[in-house]
Design a protein around this ligand. Structure first.
Ligand SMILES: Cc1cc2nc3c(=O)[nH]c(=O)nc-3n(C[C@H](O)[C@H](O)[C@H](O)COP(=O)(O)OP(=O)(O)OC[C@H]3O[C@@H](n4cnc5c(N)ncnc54)[C@H](O)[C@@H]3O)c2cc1C
Length: 403
């Protein structure tokens, strides 16, 4: 089988990349080992205002707007309530949202294959294992949208995530909870070491979850979630927990955007590229914005036939813009005892503390956007042999800025 681009992984990053590439006229094959787009959802699905402003997400698959965030200390007494004048968050109904995105992909001309696992590369071809048996795919470019533990990254010799949190949550429908839609965050390192426990209640669904460094949960992630579930009605008074819940979970890369995310044969998007805010662990906005950049770069490379366009897809350059958030992540990682968490919560009650929390939660910052690539400078073109050895093409020598 042949394709211009093989995208591995039909999460939001892969679906977005594949659809936009197909809309620009390229032949795209999108594969995922899950048997259907809505299977095994791994995210709470909180979209921030900037994403809702900039990307056309289907409104019918988004919950009611949330304007209130409540920050709770470990003892759950004297929480800090922050209200915004704007709609700050909406929680996606992720199963239907992925299904709608997969339909958009097919409508754009993407060939999709679910239940199909990427199993490696050999002689410049990708090996797929699908329902009909093994298939070899020759694609000009391989895109790794295969999540935090990306196999494509390993096969392309690119950087890989090493700094990971793990998260788990329970989701269930609500018949309205009476109060305003609210995002509760609990700062307690015995429940969520290095991150937060959360209850999101938008009146239609509730999400009860914890995340943290995997080796720091006192009695494991599952037990931490069980303990937090028991506390959830105190965090969000009136919340009734049913027995029948949907369970979600997975790794979250928080080490910042990886430096080396492209080579002559392909590139990484989404979690595979480490495109997650190190502080908030939000990855939905970054995966859409980085995918747009990837599409510009791949489109340029396919149109000009000059794969040096991929050298512009440089994580090292973008990573510099994460310095502040990486420093705050290190700060959050240092909150190791309830006493420190209580002290931090006391600071959050002060006017400067509240202002800082509002900036992080309600601010206008998002994943850095990247200007579309400018035309290739002809004077720097020289012969290039791809790492697979299978192809000789014209490519500018990698710039010195690549690491
Ligand atoms: C519990 C939890 C809650 C979260 N909540 C939020 C939130 O509320 N808001 C937010 O902004 N971010 C959140 N995040 C982070 C966010 O969900 C991710 O950053 C985002 O979904 C990443 O999308 P992706 O497409 O890169 O990866 P994924 O959605 O992980 O998709 C990767 C896909 O690749 C497929 N795949 C992997 N390997 C192979 C293979 N070998 N062959 C074929 N297919 C393969 C997988 O099946 C999967 O479908 C959360 C993360 C977790 C774990």
């Amino acid at each position: 089988m042949n394709a211009d681009v093989l995208v591995v992984g039909a999460g939001l990053a892969g679906l977005h990349t594949a659809t936009r590439l197909a809309r620009r006229g390229h032949d795209v094959l999108l594969v995922d080992r899950r048997t259907r787009p809505a299977g095994a959802v791994r995210t709470t699905g909180i979209f921030v205002r900037k994403t809702l402003d900039d990307f056309p997400l289907p409104a019918e698959h988004l919950g009611p707007p949330i304007r209130r965030v409540v920050l709770h200390p470990p003892r759950l007494d004297r929480p800090v309530v922050l209200d915004s004048e704007r709609d700050e968050f909406r929680v996606g109904d992720m199963g239907p949202l992925y299904e709608a995105a997969a339909r958009d992909a097919a409508d754009a001309g993407v060939r999709t294959a679910f239940g199909t696992r990427y199993a490696g590369r050999h002689d410049g071809a990708a090996l797929l294992a699908g329902p009909g048996g093994p298939v070899r795919v020759r694609a000009r470019f391989l895109v790794g949208a295969d999540g935090a533990r990306s196999r494509v990254a390993a096969d392309l010799g690119l950087d890989r995530n090493t700094h990971l949190l793990v998260g788990a949550e329970e989701v269930f429908p609500l018949a309205g909870s009476g109060g305003p839609p609210t995002f509760h965050c609990v700062l307690d390192p015995t429940l969520a070491p290095g991150y937060l426990a959360w209850v999101v209640d938008d009146g239609r669904h509730a999400h009860v979850g914890v995340a943290g460094y995997p080796d720091r949960f006192p009695d494991g992630l599952r037990r931490a979630l069980d303990r937090f579930r028991a506390l959830a009605p105190r965090v969000a008074p009136g919340l009734a927990l049913p027995d029948d819940v949907e369970r979600r979970g997975g790794p979250i890369p928080v080490g910042g955007l990886l430096r080396r995310i492209s080579c002559a044969d392909g590139l990484l998007v989404g979690d595979a590229a480490g495109a997650v805010s190190p502080l908030t662990a939000g990855g939905l906005d970054p995966c859409l914005r980085l995918s747009d950049h990837a599409v510009d770069v791949l489109d340029d490379a396919l149109r000009t036939g000059r794969p040096d366009a991929l050298a512009r897809y440089d994580g090292a350059a973008l990573r510099d813009r994460f310095r502040g958030r990486l420093a705050l992540r290190r700060g959050l990682a240092r909150v190791r005892t309830p006493a420190v968490a209580t002290a931090a919560s006391t600071l959050l009650r002060t006017p400067p503390g509240r202002a800082a929390a509002r900036r992080v939660l309600f601010g206008d910052r998002s994943f850095p956007t990247v200007a579309a690539p400018s035309p290739v400078d002809q004077s720097t073109v020289e012969p290039y042999i791809s790492p697979s050895g299978s192809e000789i093409s014209s490519m500018r020598a990698p710039s010195g800025s690549r690491k």
